[in-house]
Design a protein around this ligand. Structure first.
Ligand SMILES: Nc1ncnc2c1ncn2[C@@H]1O[C@H](COP(=O)(O)OP(=O)(O)OP(=O)(O)O)[C@@H](O)[C@H]1O
Ligand SMILES: [Mg+2]
Length: 408
């Protein structure tokens, strides 16, 4: 799979740019702030419908413009696919596949698969659990686009349930204060049957998401271990684990250390079993949820645990180790998708400058295997020589003052 053409209108700093890319190595070289990452972000957006830098679409639209267009021609198994997205902040984005409008942008997921590694990925190691949940869920969607629907259904059910808990919780607490007929374990008011309905939705979609995450972690783990070993000199192995609010709710009273117990093995891989476990978990924490007015059990409260030897990477890993770990996570995604036959486009945004010569060479060796790799660097000297030597098949673009010029 590769991107043959990329066209942007009013995307970030670009009023209008049209690029022809090549399979294999594509280099984008230019000074800081001249628009290299903006191009990578656009390709990443087509693949995931989100930016790796910002959560809102507003900064993606050129200042002064009201909407942006990203258009990509993707070649996959000799078939050509034109994917077009129109980003309209404050309104629903629109998408077209081969010129035909699709019902919702989600329908274009899977047309382009990419794995993007960027300096922002350090947050995977050092940031909040939300960063790691997003990493694993984005990977799920790349691997199997139907998870975009599962994720949206779960988020919707969770939002409704939280709204209900919030209003029910207010009455529950005021009922308790008045000493009314609500008891701590069995509050009695009209909202509870509706709550049961949302429990069922949250448990159904939550179980599917949870099962997908556990399977992804199981499959990614050996690749992460291998990639970390390759990109670091550390003897400590990188291992993935999962910290689950469900296990914690169900094992209340027994000792369950989210860090040391491997919760991936405590949780069932079967989504029907997970669904009943989630319902049981929700029942277990109901009074606490009414007190706090929010859902306390489910994949939205979980975390992907990144271990380095016996320690968690977060809070313990050095800068270099954290960087290697983040790189290993992305390379693992890339290698697993390749092993499953989907040949994703690899995007390496400004990563070589952080690596020493040995690691540069190593990453260069991985990149050269990709059906297509897009690489940005402020100076060409940072790019490993193996990637500079493919002048006859690769392409190099110089990016300066918002103009992208093909050099070879
Ligand atoms: N919505 C927008 N409208 C206009 N300009 C924008 C918008 N968003 C970002 N820019 C401009 O784009 C430029 C940043 O581009 P980009 O991040 O692609 O740079 P870069 O070449 O990757 O730099 P570096 O080498 O430092 O990573 C900045 O000058 C920024 O002001
Ligand atoms: Mg950049």
């Amino acid at each position: 799979m590769y991107v043959q053409a990329l066209a942007l209108r009013d995307f970030r700093s670009y009023a209008c740019v049209d690029l022809e890319l090549v399979p294999g190595v594509n280099l984008f070289v230019g000074p800081n702030g001249h628009g290299k990452t903006n191009l990578m972000e656009a390709v990443g957006y087509i693949a995931t419908l989100s930016s790796h830098r910002v959560s809102s679409d507003i900064p993606l639209v050129r200042r002064g413009a009201s909407s942006a267009i990203v258009r990509c021609t993707v070649i996959s198994e000799q078939r050509e696919l034109l994917v077009e997205l129109e980003l309209v902040p404050g309104k629903a984005n629109r998408a077209r596949l081969n010129h035909s409008p699709v019902a919702r942008p989600r329908a274009v997921l899977g047309a382009l698969r990419s794995v993007l590694f960027a300096p922002e990925d350090l947050a995977l190691i050092r940031g909040d659990p939300a960063e790691r949940r997003r990493f694993i869920d984005d990977f799920l969607v790349t691997r199997s686009p139907r998870f975009a629907g599962v994720r949206a259904d779960y988020d919707r059910a969770l939002k409704q349930r939280n709204a209900l808990l919030k209003s029910a919780g207010i009455r529950y607490r005021s009922g308790r204060r008045r000493g009314g007929n609500s008891t701590e374990n069995e509050p009695n008011f009209a909202d509870l049957p509706t709550l049961e309905v949302w429990n069922v939705h949250v448990a159904r979609h939550g179980a599917e998401l949870l099962a997908g995450r556990l399977a992804a972690i199981h499959d990614l783990s050996p690749y992460v271990e291998k990639a970390y070993h390759a990109v670091s000199e550390s003897a400590a192995g990188a291992r993935l684990g999962y910290s689950s609010s469900l296990t914690q709710a169900l094992s209340k009273g027994t000792s369950c250390d989210s860090l040391n117990d491997d919760q991936t093995s405590l949780l069932s891989a079967d989504k029907d079993v997970l669904r009943s476990q989630l319902l049981a978990g929700l029942a277990q924490v109901r009074s606490a949820e009414l007190e706090r007015g929010t859902t306390l059990v489910g994949p939205h409260r979980d975390d992907l645990i990144l271990r380095l030897g016996e320690l968690p990477a977060k809070g313990y890993a050095s800068h270099g180790e954290s960087w290697s770990y983040a790189l290993a996570l992305r390379l693992a995604c890339f290698e697993l998708l390749r092993a499953e036959g989907s040949e994703p486009v690899l995007i390496l945004d400004d990563v070589f400058s952080e690596l020493d010569n040995q690691r540069r060479k190593l990453l260069g060796d991985v990149a050269i295997k990709a059906s297509q790799v897009l690489i940005t660097a402020a100076v060409a000297e940072d790019i490993p020589s193996s990637l500079l030597q493919v002048r006859d098949t690769g392409a190099r673009f110089d990016v300066a003052d918002g103009v992208v010029r093909r050099v070879y």
